[in-house]
Ligand binder design. Structure first.
Ligand SMILES: *Cc1c(COP(=O)(O)O)cnc(C)c1O
Length: 454
């Protein structure tokens, strides 16, 4: 058979999210208050998040029940399909078996609605009247806009200015869902005005947009903030990906030796990998768990494991993570969703423990792999997802060279239908590899906050 698709019925949408905190060999370092340097408590986070999400953020329970209204909405695109990439295997002539879990079937076209829906649900239940957020390439903004439309919650999205100008269709999608989209840095916030005063031509960054969205939420008791990656509760909501994949790999009569996800803030990677990693920790089969990042924004492979701010304006708590420094400006690569200076603290902790292997690739080799994939499997991947594909292809070719036949599973985090301009540039030979600037990195790292606890 040429294509094989493993589908679960609706009744097999997970009833609980999986929380890896319950299975860690060692607890992660605490989150610190930027003023006092002391660990933050739930009350410190209350201006930004509803209590239900704060409790999930600090929970050590292995399973947290998915509210029934959230499961009902998940049914629109979950369980998502798992495919055996037979035609890709053939195109590569590999002895490896390749499977992918496809998250591009959600309304917004990526894994992000897996968390935007529960986040909007808990905010609505807590009586919140408005949500603010930031978005880079626009996937998170459109996913939260969709969730806002579902629950009747207004959403203000601060969109990195360069993307606002270059990706008008993602903006149009957010507006179609009813969200308000503002180019960041903007004149609406202190954080935005400060940046614009220093540099009127600033094209923005995720770190700046986060500052703007956090500032707006912090000053209005009826407004809260939603983050699309990085935080523990976000990673946990994404565990539906891996929980379903475990059941689907069983249906396929197979078991992955290598599990791969691309990593910007780390949420789709955690989603596919943590349920498998939990099995590793609980004494199950040992698998290789791979997180893939762009060489132009090499947080895990070149960053420092240190306390840092999540944003440029330094409004967020301090978290210990692999970071390039909150002032680092990654080159303008097309995988906008992977251009974040930090990495989820939970992913960083697991990297420190040696439980996961990081890899970094340049964007042209990722686009090459994406095109090979599209021609074999028919799905045009998001530029972010192409990093996972590149890694899967590299592992499959290595297996062929070594005469081995591992089973590879990767997360195809989204489709690239809103990124076709990037493909056009690639075919025109206009895409260049943008290596990170070592001097700029050294400078950003020298500006990391000094933390007594270290
Ligand atoms: C946002 C996004 C990513 C990166 O975010 P993570 O939190 O690291 O998953 C990857 N792929 C797609 C398609 C995205 O939209």
């Amino acid at each position: 058979m040429d294509t094989v698709k493993y589908l679960l019925d609706e009744s097999r949408i997970p009833k609980n999210w999986y929380n890896i905190a319950a299975d860690l060999p060692k607890p992660p370092p605490p989150v610190l208050h930027p003023g006092t340097g002391q660990p933050v408590g739930p009350a410190d986070l209350e201006p930004l998040f509803p209590m239900e999400l704060i409790l999930q953020e600090v929970s050590a329970e292995r399973e947290i029940q998915i509210p029934e209204p959230v499961r009902e909405i998940y049914k629109q695109w979950r369980p998502s399909p798992l495919h055996r990439a037979r035609r890709l295997e053939k195109a590569l002539g590999t002895t490896a078996k390749i499977y992918y879990k496809y998250e591009g079937v959600s309304p917004a076209g990526s894994h992000k609605p897996n968390t935007s829906i529960p986040q909007a649900f808990y905010n609505k239940a807590a009586g919140v009247k408005k949500l603010t957020t930031e978005t880079g390439a626009g996937q998170w903004g459109s996913s939260l806009a969709f969730a806002g439309a579902v629950f009747g919650l207004p959403v203000d999205v601060y969109m990195v200015k360069i993307s606002y100008q270059q990706k008008p269709y993602r903006r149009a999608l957010m507006e179609t869902y009813g969200a308000r989209c503002v180019a960041s840095p903007s004149e609406e916030t202190n954080a935005g005005r400060t940046i614009l005063k220093a540099n009127p031509n600033s094209t923005g960054s995720l770190g700046i947009a986060i500052s703007e969205a956090v500032e707006m939420a912090a000053q209005d008791p009826n407004t809260k903030y939603a983050l699309g990656s990085v935080l523990n509760h976000v990673l946990m909501h994404q565990s539906v990906i891996g929980l379903e994949a475990i059941a689907q790999m069983e249906m396929a009569g197979d078991d992955p030796d290598i599990v791969i996800g691309c990593a910007g803030g780390g949420s789709n990677f955690a989603g596919i990998a943590f349920p498998f990693l939990g099995q590793n920790f609980r004494g199950g089969k040992k698998r290789q768990i791979v997180a893939v990042e762009p060489a132009a924004c090499p947080t895990m492979t070149r960053g420092k494991y240190a306390y840092d701010f999540g944003d440029t304006g330094h409004l967020t708590p301090l978290v210990k993570m692999h970071t390039l420094g909150s002032t680092f400006m990654p080159a303008g690569i097309h995988a906008g969703g992977l251009r974040y200076h930090g990495m989820a603290p939970m992913v960083s902790h697991l990297l420190e423990l040696g439980a996961i292997s990081p890899e970094a690739y340049n964007q042209t080799e990722c686009f090459e792999a994406a095109v090979t994939f599209a021609r074999a499997e028919g799905i045009v991947p998001a530029p972010e997802s192409s990093h996972a594909i590149k890694s899967a292809v590299a592992h499959a070719l290595k297996a062929k060279a070594e005469g081995k036949s591992p089973t590879i599973l990767f997360c195809l985090s989204g489709h690239g239908h809103f990124d076709m301009a990037a493909y056009t540039d690639y075919f025109a030979g206009k895409l260049v590899d943008a290596p990170y600037d070592q001097k700029a990195l050294d400078k950003a790292l020298s500006e990391l906050p000094k933390v007594a606890a270290e």
